[in-house]
Design a protein around this ligand. Sequence first.
Ligand SMILES: [Zn+2]
Length: 123
Amino acid sequence: MKKENEEIRICTSHQDELRTPLVWTFAFNGAEYWCPYCGKNEGMMGAGERVKSTAILRNRLKRFKKLSKDFLDAKCSQVCNSMMWEGKRITPDQLPQEEKDKRQKAIDDWKYEQKPLSLIIKP
Ligand SMILES: [Zn+2]
């Protein structure tokens, strides 16, 4: 597949400041897209604006996914019905308290409007 012809969805709230690709996630009930820069959630129908995918946007998406992994994993574990934990299927409330605390910390530690150097180059 030719990447030059692909489209990518970006957040419509701050295109002049930082064009930010939306992340596909199940971490938020009823909204499959999340903006890692401003926190906007949108459902899969009509989320963001579709623009031509560029190497910079793809790289930015990759960087944001990496940065937000612990945050999104923690959010997912709060909204899911069940999860695998040490080989057993459990509900989120059955997680050990220490693990719950660790996940809550990952959520609390997440900062919006992060601008790591690798993200600020405008396409
Ligand atoms: Zn945004």
